[in-house]
Design a protein around this ligand. Sequence first.
Ligand code: NAP
Ligand code: F7E
Length: 369
Amino acid sequence: MKRALITGITGQDGPYLAKLLLSKGYKVFGTYRRVSTPNFWRLQHLGILNKITLIPADLSDTSSLLEAVTISDPHEIYNLAAQSFVGNSFDFPLLTTEVDASGTTRFLEIIRHYNKNIKFYQASTSELYGANVVSIQDENTQMFPNSPYAAAKLHSYHMVRIYRKSYGLFACNGILFNHESPLRGMEFVTRKITNSVAKIKLGMQKELRLGNLDAKRDWGFAPEYVNAMWLMMQQKIPDDFVIATGETHSVREFVEAAFSAAGLDWKRYVITDQKLKRPLDVHQLCGDNAKAQKVLGWKPSVTFNELVKIMVEEDLRRWQMYKDGKIVPWDAPNYPHEMDMISRNVVRDAQKENSVRKKSRLKRLLNRF
Ligand code: NAP
Ligand code: F7E
């Protein structure tokens, strides 16, 4: 029986991948972090929580990773764990580097010393292209990261390539473009939108505040993308692949489609808020999946409008159940309203005010002498 170790089993992709591997007869191990409030709702939602062996591990702690590898003794490792929120990486650049860059090297080193036959999948990302303004990106497009997250992931991308070439490891980068689902984290724009649309439709929320509506992304459906991860690991030769739909849409278009899926006019509810804009953003992403189609035989089938509809309908269903007093494994009811959370933008504003205060105090002091 094949054994797989998935890091980041509590995130969006981990449970979809685990479900796929279980259906293929794998024994699945997943790493989780001890948190004060358990967050296994996604595994519960897919009905697989009890089918996985959970191992506590943190990507910043080498000994825990070594233990996870020795306990699971895997044929395949899927490294999905990451500080994955780009906006947050501006607030926590060092933590992001520790986890998203050094965490990968820790695994590569463990494989090199422990068992060179273990195959390694690295969750690389379209964010690597960053500031590159070409209209469509493929495996040969130059990478210009535009965030601490992307810079850390670029480090990992290269380490995978370097360990593959230097030590002959089976290590591959899946350069996945944005992929979404009803299991998407609440901080990401798609889920934030569909969750708000559902609440607005049911009379539980009045408005939706967003940042950059002009940003364009290539959005696909997460369950289809985990299949591409598995296919990469079944090849004879390890390689890097772009996984994308080949279509790009703006955040504004996503908003419009989501409100329209619930029979609402977005213009009545959406407010642009400067505080939600990033210090630096990625303007446009659109992936060329030709290599994945040719070599892996992979191609997406869920369209943009279908994806939006799937997410809106699921959030509507959940909030309706909540209103009816039914309890389901789910994140939204415990999620604080974004405006109540101090972000670094607010801290930056406070610092500016402080420096104005400091200057006027200095002026007063100078005037006294
Ligand atoms: P996600 O929902 O944010 O899940 C991230 C997972 O990583 C969670 O299980 C999280 O655990 C875990 N994690 C965070 N910090 C950790 C640490 N220090 N040690 C161990 N585990 C840690 O991300 P996702 O959407 O599933 O994405 C999976 C991977 O693909 C990530 O590496 C992401 O950067 C990358 N990626 C995602 C996309 C996308 O569109 N979804 C596209 C390209 C690449 P907790 O639950 O405890 O927080
Ligand atoms: O932002 C804009 C925001 O946070 C998309 C991660 O999975 O995909 C994801 O990264 C766009 C950006 O995802 C809000 O400025 C506007 O331009 O949903 P997002 P992301 O940054 O593309 C890549 C491929 C990954 O690898 C990452 O791990 O939407 N935007 N208003 C907003 N974004 C958020 N979050 N919230 C807003 O209110």
